[in-house]
Every structure is written in structure tokens, then in C-alpha cells.
Design a binder for this molecule. Structure first.
Ligand code: IPM
Ligand code: MG
Length: 363
């Protein structure tokens, strides 16, 4: 199959982790006889430096016209002082909105090999951690009105959080449909004891529920959810929530699985052209040191094959290779727990990518 992938290396560790994911895709290309072409796209801090804009229009066009986009990470201290609407992260938000990818799927699944890397007690981990956060990605406070003004001699800042019924309904459906493919449990997370947008969220979820009678819908306040994720993560199957709550809860959920470096994500909208990115940031402190964990990005590439290209066997081959390398005891620093130090081998980003590539076998 011929596919054109837009590749955004971005900033910090972005170029390193994307480089390893491309080696993996090249191996899939060789083994399964596909033809992947890569189109480089500048976004984030590097695009500000080169073009004076975190996502120039022609870069967005390249993404929209591709079969899917693979992204590393953007941002870093170098661009901390640029104006809010020109920050590297703004490029990412414009990309998500420009591609119309409203549904962000973030799995929180513990790899059995990494159980000791979880900060949770063994008794909690043993009950199992395997859920998905479906995060609304192009609405809410991220895309509301933002303003800083001076009132009576002091600065006042404002960020608006707005959701329409249609926006809630389309992400709600993804939540229900994701649950239908799993254990049919959907937890809708909001703050309906305080926010109007959350009360609307809750009522739309309940209206939708009649169309999915097999799915057991529950409601949970976001502060309680943050607590329940560490207390008993085994209770969750699918969580559906708004943009900012999803951002926060998905970092928490990733940590209990061992490391944020392991977690991929897919973002989809009305078409098959998706955006695939690890959920971690650009980690400027370790950039260029060959220390980053490329697995989140490699698993994001696997998700791209599965969800956008209908290549389930190829995606399985990548996930099996990751599992084999973890079985063999190779760990990047972020997933090397104190208990595992004696019998595991610490490797860098490049070596981890090489090992995974080498372990890809056609099933
Ligand atoms: C994420 C990130 C982004 C977000 C940042 C970089 C804008 O934290 O993908 O979770 O908040 O969505
Ligand atoms: Mg985040």
C-alpha cells in the first residue's frame, strides 16, 4: 500500500524519538511490501526560528493533504517568552484544530514487564490497569477566548470554557463506541457541581446513553476521578472527558503504568487522516543526550497503521516487538525501576529503537 506520512520532528527530544519510529516504519515497509513516503513538516519552536510562525499555513496544508501525521513533541524554554498566540504549543493546537481531530484516544495500560516501574502498590497494580481516556481535543478552554487586560491598575487574565451540544455529542459517541468495543463501561468525567459546561456535558451524555443500552454509563467528578485513578484504576474501562480534564488525567494515568514515555495517542476526526503523537512533552533537559524513550512514538506509529491504514497485522508486529524487547530486559532510564537494575540492561534511545526494529517479525 502507498501512504504519504507527514512527519513533524519538532523540538527537544522530538527529532530523536521520531527518528527511531521511522526506522520501525521502514522495517514494516520492507517486510510487508508497503510504500511509505515521508513529508517533513516544520512545527513548534523550530518553525518559529525558521519561519517566524509555529505552524505556517503551507505546513498545515501538508498535514491535511497527507494520509496521516506522525509527531514527536514541541516546545522548550527557548520560546518561553514569546507571545501566547505564537508559542510552539499554539502550532500544535492549530494543527489539531486545522485537521479537525476532535477525538484523542490515550490508552493507560500496564505492560506486565513494567509492573515494578509503577509507583502504585503491587496489590493495586495486580488488579490490572487497562483503560482508555477519550479526550475532547479541539474545544473547551484551550480554544475559548483568552485575554489579559489591566483593570484598575492590576492585570486580569481570562480564559473562556465553552462547549456546544454538538461538540459534546460527537465526542460522547466516540466514548460510547469505544466502550462497545471493550468492556462496555463508560465513565463520563466532569465538574457538574460547579461548571455550566459540565452540566451540559452530563446531560448530553445521558441523552446519548439511550442509543447505547448495552453500555453502562457512570458519572464522576474530575477531582474524584483523579483520586480513583490512583486508588483503584482497575475500575475503569473507558473515560470520556473534556479537553483540559483529559490533558491532566492522562498524565496521571500514564504515570501509574510506569512512565509517560510509554504512552502513544491517536487523534481522529471525520476522516481517516489522523494525528499520532506520544503524550509526553519535548523533555528539553535530556534532548540530544540519547536518553529519551522512543516507545511512546513507536507505539503511536503502530496506532497509525491500525486506525488510519487498516494494517492490524503490521501494528501487532510492532507491539509484539516492543513486548519482546521488554521481555529481554532492555530499558530506557525512565522505565528502569530500582528493583530491575540488577537484571535489566539500560539502553539509550537509538539502541532501544534498533532493538525494536530488529525484533519486528512478520506474523
Ligand atoms: C498534551 C500536551 C499538550 C496539551 C500541550 C503541549 C499543548 O500537554 O498533548 O497532552 O496540553 O494538549
Ligand atoms: Mg498533556
Amino acid at each position: 500500500m502507498q501512504k504519504n506520512i507527514a512527519v513533524i520532528r519538532g523540538d527537544g527530544i522530538g527529532p530523536e524519538i521520531v527518528g527511531e519510529a521511522l526506522k520501525v516504519l521502514d522495517k514494516i515497509f520492507d517486510l510487508y511490501g508497503h510504500n511509505f513516503t515521508y513529508t517533513d513538516v516544520d512545527m513548534g519552536g523550530c518553525a518559529i526560528d525558521k519561519w517566524g510562525d509555529p505552524l505556517p499555513a503551507e505546513m498545515l496544508d501538508k498535514c491535511v493533504n497527507s494520509d496521516s501525521v506522525l509527531l514527536g513533541a514541541v516546545g522548550g524554554p527557548k520560546w518561553n517568552d514569546v507571545a501566547g498566540n505564537m508559542r510552539p504549543e499554539k502550532g500544535l493546537l492549530r494543527l489539531r484544530a486545522g485537521m479537525g481531530v476532535y477525538s484523542n484516544n490515550r490508552p493507560a495500560k500496564i505492560w506486565k514487564q513494567l509492573a515494578s516501574a509503577s509507583p502504585l502498590k503491587e496489590s493495586i497494580v495486580d488488579k490490572g490497569i487497562d483503560f482508555i481516556i477519550v479526550r475532547e481535543l479541539i474545544g473547551g478552554i484551550y480554544f475559548g477566548e483568552h485575554m489579559t487586560e489591566t483593570v484598575d491598575g492590576e492585570k486580569v487574565a481570562f480564559d473562556g470554557l465553552k462547549y456546544s451540544e454538538k461538540e459534546i455529542e460527537r465526542i460522547g459517541r466516540i466514548g460510547f463506541e469505544t466502550a462497545m468495543k471493550r468492556n462496555k463501561k463508560l465513565c463520563s468525567v466532569e465538574k457538574s457541581n460547579v461548571l455550566d459546561s459540565s452540566r451540559l456535558w452530563k446531560s448530553v451524555m445521558h441523552s446519548l446513553s439511550s442509543e447505547y443500552p448495552e453500555v453502562k454509563l457512570t458519572d464522576m467528578l474530575v477531582d474524584n476521578c483523579a483520586m480513583q485513578i490512583v486508588k483503584d484504576p482497575s475500575q475503569f474501562d473507558v473515560i470520556v472527558t473534556e479537553n483540559m480534564f483529559g490533558d491532566i488525567l492522562s498524565d496521571e494515568a500514564s504515570m501509574i503504568t510506569g512512565s509517560i514515555g510509554m504512552i502513544p495517542s491517536s487523534s481522529l476526526g471525520a476522516t481517516k487522516c489522523g494525528l499520532y503523537e506520544p503524550i509526553h512533552g519535548s523533555a528539553p533537559d535530556i534532548a540530544g543526550k540519547d536518553m529519551a524513550n522512543p516507545i511512546g512514538t513507536i507505539l503511536s506509529a503502530a496506532m497509525m497503521l491500525r486506525f488510519s491504514f487498516d494494517m492490524a497485522d503490521e501494528a501487532d508486529a510492532i507491539e509484539n516487538a516492543v513486548s519482546a524487547v521488554l521481555d529481554a530486559g532492555y530499558r530506557t532510564g525512565d522505565i528502569l525501576s530500582a528493583e530491575d537494575k540488577e537484571h535489566c540492561t539500560l539502553v539509550g534511545c537509538r539502541e532501544m529503537g534498533r532493538l525494536i526494529t530488529e525484533n519486528i517479525k512478520k506474523g
